[in-house]
Design a protein around this ligand. Structure first.
Ligand SMILES: Cc1ncc(COP(=O)(O)O)c(C=O)c1O
Length: 407
C-alpha cells in the first residue's frame, strides 16, 4: 500500500503525512500486542545497552535459554521437550522438516491444499498455492504431497471422513513408511483463515500415530495468543509432535522456534542445526516480554473478546445478498469470504473492492485466500474495543456501498 508509516501502536498506524489508519493487519500478524508495546520496548532497550549479538552457537546467553524453557512448558504435551530458535517462520519450518527427517530416517512430507509455509525452497514446496508464491521458481521438492482440508463452507456431513480417506489413500499409494512428517496450519491463514472442520486434526493425529509419522503444527500465524489460546491447535485438543512459532513470538522482532519431544529434537548431531542470527538476544528479550503478558492472561481474554465482537458485527452479513458467503472467526484471526450466494463461486472483485474502500476510509484490511476472495483480519489482539468496532463499521459500510453499486 502507498502508505509510509511514522509511528504505530496497538491499533493505529500514523503515516508520514499525519493520517491515522486503523490497523487490522498487525504487520501480517506479528505485532499482536501492539506495534510499540511498552514491555517489549523496555526489555529490548535494556538489552541494547548490554549487547546486540554474540551468536548463541559461539557464546551463550540466558535469554535464549529462558525463551526455550517457556516454550517447552507452554506447548501441548506432558513430556520432556527441547526448543531450538531461528529467525523467520520459513526457516523454522525448514528446520522442523530437517529434524523430522533426521529423527525418522524418512524423506516424504505430507502438506495440505491451501497451505502457506514460507518462501524458501522447502517451504515453497510445502506451500500449495502456485501464484504468486511459486510461479517461475521451480523445480520444487518431489517428496512433498498435498491433501485436501475439509472446511465448513464446502463441507457436507461426510466431508471430514472423506478427506481423511484421501489422506489414507495418498499415504498408502506412496508408502506411509516413507513419510517423515505431516505439516498443517491449525488454521490456514493465507488460505483465508480456513478452520479445518472439527475432527479433522484429531483424525490426522491418529493417522500419523498409526504410521510413525511426525505431526508438525505450523503455528507461525495462529500461535502465541492470536486465537484466544496460546496455540490454535489447543482448540482441537491435539498434541502435535513438533510445534513451530514465529511472528507474534517476539511481537515483530525476528524470532522463530521449533519445539518437540527431547528424543526427537536431540536426534540431530551437534551443530546440525543453527544459524548466525538464530535466537538473537534483542528478539529473545522481546519474546520474554510477550510471555510476561501472555502469562498475565489479559491478552488471551482480549483476543477472545476481539473474536466475539467480530462475530457479532460480521456474521449477520452472511447470506444477505451482499456477497458475504462465510465469516470465520477464532479470536483475533478473522476471515470474511466473498462469493456468489447461490453457487459459492469466489468473488475476488468484492474482497478487493471492500479492501480498497477501507483503505480510502482509513482502515487497513487486507485480502487473501486461495481465490483472493477473502478479507483476512489480524488486528492487534489488545486493540481497544471502540477502535476495533470503528474499523469493522468501515468494513460493513464498504460492503453495503459495493452492494448499492448494483451487486
Ligand atoms: C503459517 C505460516 N507459516 C510460515 C510463514 C512464513 O513466515 P516468514 O514470513 O516469517 O518466513 C507464514 C507467513 O505468513 C505463515 O503464515
Amino acid at each position: 500500500m502507498p502508505i509510509f508509516i511514522d509511528r504505530a501502536d496497538g491499533g493505529i498506524l500514523l503515516d508520514v503525512d499525519g493520517n491515522q489508519i486503523i490497523d487490522l493487519a498487525s504487520g501480517l500478524g506479528p505485532t499482536a500486542l501492539g506495534a510499540s508495546n511498552r514491555r517489549v520496548r523496555e526489555r529490548v532497550s535494556a538489552q541494547l545497552d548490554r549487547f546486540t549479538h554474540t551468536c548463541f552457537m559461539v557464546t551463550e546467553y540466558e535469554s535464549y535459554v529462558r525463551v526455550c524453557q517457556w516454550l517447552n512448558k507452554h506447548t501441548p504435551g506432558d513430556y520432556e521437550k527441547r526448543t531450538a530458535l531461528f529467525t523467520t517462520g520459513a526457516e523454522a519450518n525448514e528446520n522442523a522438516v530437517k529434524i523430522a527427517r533426521y529423527a525418522t530416517g524418512r524423506s516424504n512430507v505430507l502438506a495440505f491444499q491451501g497451505a502457506y509455509h514460507g518462501r524458501s525452497y522447502m517451504t515453497m514446496s510445502l506451500t500449495s498455492k502456485e501464484h504468486p508464491y511459486k510461479t517461475g521458481f521451480g523445480p520444487f521438492s518431489e517428496s512433498v504431497f498435498h491433501a485436501p482440508v475439509p472446511a465448513r463452507l464446502q463441507a457436507g456431513p461426510d466431508e471430514v471422513q472423506s478427506s481423511l480417506r484421501v489422506v489414507r489413500d495418498l499415504l498408502r499409494e506412496n508408502d506411509p513408511a516413507t513419510f517423515a512428517a505431516m505439516i498443517i496450519e491449525p488454521i490456514l491463514g493465507e488460505a483465508g483463515c480456513v478452520i479445518p472442520s472439527a475432527g479433522f486434526l484429531p483424525g490426522l493425529r491418529k493417522i500419523a500415530d498409526e504410521h510413525g509419522i511426525l505431526f508438525i503444527a505450523d503455528e507461525v500465524q495462529s500461535g502465541m495468543g492470536r486465537t484466544g489460546k496460546i496455540w490454535a491447535i489447543e482448540h482441537e485438543e491435539v498434541i502435535p509432535d513438533l510445534i513451530v512459532a514465529a511472528k507474534a513470538l517476539a511481537n515483530g522482532m525476528p524470532l522463530s522456534s521449533v519445539t518437540g519431544p527431547s528424543e526427537v529434537m536431540n536426534a540431530v548431531h551437534a551443530a546440525g542445526l543453527g544459524g548466525t542470527y538464530a535466537g538473537n538476544p534483542l528478539a529473545c528479550e522481546a519474546a520474554l516480554a510477550v510471555f510476561e503478558q501472555l502469562d498475565a492472561t489479559g491478552a488471551l481474554d482480549s483476543a477472545t473478546r476481539v473474536g466475539e465482537i467480530a462475530h457479532e458485527v460480521l456474521y449477520p452479513l452472511v447470506g444477505k445478498g451482499l456477497g458475504v458467503i462465510d465469516v470465520r472467526v477464532r479470536g483475533g484471526m478473522i476471515g470474511l469470504e466473498f462469493g456468489d450466494e447461490g453457487t459459492l463461486a469466489p468473488r475476488a472483485d468484492l474482497a478487493s473492492g471492500v479492501s480498497q474502500y477501507c483503505q480510502r476510509n482509513g482502515v487497513l484490511a487486507l485480502t487473501n485466500g486461495i481465490h483472493e476472495n477473502v478479507i483476512r483480519l489480524l488486528p492487534p489482539i489488545v486493540i481497544e474495543e471502540s477502535l476495533f468496532r470503528d474499523g469493522l463499521q468501515v468494513i460493513c459500510e464498504g460492503i453495503l456501498a459495493l452492494g448499492s453499486e448494483g451487486f
